[in-house]
Structure formats: C-alpha cells, structure tokens
Design a protein around this ligand. Sequence first.
Ligand code: ZN
Length: 485
Amino acid sequence: MFEKLSLPVIKESIVTINGTTYALATIASPTRNQLLVAGNVEGFEGKIRDDGTLLGPLSAENARLLRQRLPWLQPVVLGLQTSAGFGDRLGIATPGHVRAIRPTNVAPIFAQQSVRENTRTGRSPQEVLDDAMWGAFQAGWYAPWGADADHMKTLADIEPFVAAGYTFYTIDPGDYVDDAAETDDDATLAAKVAALPWNDLQSSLQQATERYLKRFDLGDLSLAFDEHTLHKALAKYGGALAHTARMTQRLKELSGRRPFEMEISVDETGTTTTLLEHFYIASELQRLNVPFVSLAPRFVGRFEKGVGYIGDLEELERNIAGHASIMRFFGNTYKLSLHTGSDKFEVYPLAMRHTAGLVHLKTAGTSYLEALRLLASYDTTLFRSIWDFARSRYEIDRKTYHVSASLERTEPASNLTDEQLPDLLNQFDARQVLHVTFGSVLDTFGPRLRQVLLTNLPAYYDYIQRHFERHLKDFQKGETLSGSL
Ligand SMILES: [Zn+2]
C-alpha cells in the first residue's frame, strides 16, 4: 500500500483493516513519527497528500480515533496471568518492551506511571497511555496489554486515569498505614483500634475479633492471631483498608460498566508486612468486595531502586512461601506483586516457584536508566553534565524513595575517563543516584537527552530489549498455572 511513498514507513506498524491501511512513518529533522492513513481518513488530523493518503501528528485526537479503528490498541484487564509492568518516563521505550516480551508468555502493562512520576515528568495520564499505545502500534503488538494507574493515593488522583481509559489501578493507602503500631504498647493499640473508621470498614471491633482471634490452618502453614497481633494488624492497616474501600467506591462510580482491576500496594511503608498482616489485609479486601488481582506487601529485607535484593535470601524465600500459602488459602484470586522489581534477579525464580506463576513484576525507572546507559556511550559530554547534576541533586531527590546510595562512594565526572562512564550504570551507588534524580534531570536536560535517543532509536530499543530479556527469562512458566496447582 505504501510502497510508492517517499517516506520511510515502519514495516512492523503496517496494518489493514476494513479496507483502510494504517502505519507510522519516520520524518527526519526533527526526528519524529507521523501517522499514515490510506483509505477512510475521516476524522483524523493531518494533511491529505497528493496520493490521497493522510499524514498526521501523533496527537491525542488521532490516538483516540486509532483506538476506535484498531481495538487491540485499547488497554484491557489481564486477570491472573503472569504479568510485567514497564514504566517509561520518557514515553519512547515501548517498542523495546515489545521486543523483550514478545517471545514470552508474560502479559505486559505498557502504560504505567505513578502520580509521583507524572508530577516529576510533567506528563498527564492520557499522554502516558497514548505514548505507550503509539509504541505498541509501531511495534505491531496485537495481544492484550494493560495500563496501570500506579500508586494512586488520594480520591482526586483517580479521575484523570479513568478518563484516559486505564485498566489496572494501583491503590497505595500508605499514608494511612500506621507504622508506629509496630512498637506501640497494648493500651495505645487498644485506643487506636477503638478509633478506627469502623463505618468505612463496614464492621466493628467485636466482629473483627470474632472473625480473626483464632488459628487458621493454611495447610503447610498455621497462622494464629492473639490479641496483641490482631490489634497491631488492625491499628497498622485498618485505616489503610478503610481508605482503600473509599478509593474502590470512587473507582466503581467513575468506571461505570467499564471493567477494571486493582492492585493494593503497601510496599512503600516503613515496616515489613507480616504474614498475619497479609492474611488480615487479603481477608478484609475480599470482605469489602475490592476487585483486586494483585497485592504488593512489603517483604522482609530491602527492595531498593535499581539494585539487587538486600537481605538474607533464605529468609526471603520462607517469607515468599508464606505469602503464597496465604494466597492459596484465599483461592489464588490475586497475584503477588514485586514492586521496585527491577534488577532483583535472585528473587524472580523464588516468587515464580512458590506462587505457581501468580506474580506481577513492576519496574519503573530502568528504561530511563537504559537511556542513560546509551548516553554514556553516545554523548559523553551530555552524560557528564547529567552525572554531575544528578550528584548535586541526590540528597534532595532521594527523600521519597527507598535508597541507600552514598555520594562519597561516587566520583565526579572529571575523575572519570570516557571509557569508565558506561560502567556507572552497573554500580550500586551510581544507579541509585541516577534513578531517583530523574525528575530534576529531565527538567534540565530532557530535550537534549530525548534528541540523542530519537536519533539513535534502534540502539535504544536494543538496550531496552537486552535489559528486559534478562528480567523476563525467569518468568517463563514450564507448565500452565492450572497444570501446576
Ligand atoms: Zn511501588
């Protein structure tokens, strides 16, 4: 259809449906993609060319119309499939994500940004979803994919994500998690429990006591609440569950009949989620009719940004096995979510084995780090500026993240040769410094960084593919979920 065009059409994107052909073409200087439509061009923004084809921008309106014409470009719910979420702070990495996930049977979430990330990058939920959609279209992805409204904390966070058509809503009630309960004395716990918003919990202390103050036999594990551990669980997570119930109510109102799924994340809290607490949370979510398909507890040890697991791996394995037993007790109706999941290569096989594949992997910042890895080889001058700037911002920008990198263990750019620069992306401290400073870096260097990437896109996709192939290889299931249960 487009053979005679003088434009470089991206082959993987070409698709014909109902007599109309759609594709992306790459325009040089400045490098950008444009939408080509041949056939029924009605409604699309752009210019009609001499041959009758339309060439238009990757605008919100064209994205909306294209989703209507090509329904597989709409995100959908993914249910209990083993899945992976790829945050993409620059909005250009999706074709690389597609290349990494295509040979696997893992279900992808291509659009995934938290409210915090959107604030720092200045992108809207709609822009994030559209960028991912254009990437999926470019790479010729026809299978289901999801869109994650990540770490929503307040009622006001929800609406723009629903309006944009997200399908996976991650509720983070962390502001209502009371970490102090971990060390409170019994009198303080009793007072806190009495003051819980029992109305929102559609329950009472007496009912909660009747329901939980006993022993639960989970087959390979036995869990027993006593008054102290029950009050601690209630005081610590009761307010968070009430908030989750309110968030769910709002989400149901706004979504109407559109299907959606939810994840509850308490991973970014100050204390570990004990097995008893996981049990209490999951049980309450079911009782409150929260349609959750995924739960992100805070595991033992430390999951920090962009680096491997920190802690005792055997202890973590026992911990994950316990979480998995609880999931089975509740009918295997949700996945165990690994937040801050990038680079935890030692954790993936454990999670897959114990949950029989009921896992969601969530990675947020590593596509950005791969962009910097490319930069360290392709534009050392710009990389040096970014590296020194990131070091100057680290102590400020690290505040809302779980990181432990120390600036003293890093060197300014002037102490490094060009050959040493790419290796910064392999070093613990440097990775974290670069990881958490993305907002400030993009504010200052975003357009220049983007330009380098746009002129080297095939190389960037290679970096992304290589990086995520390493992540996804342990998520291959040897047998089907039903076959292994
Ligand atoms: Zn998280």
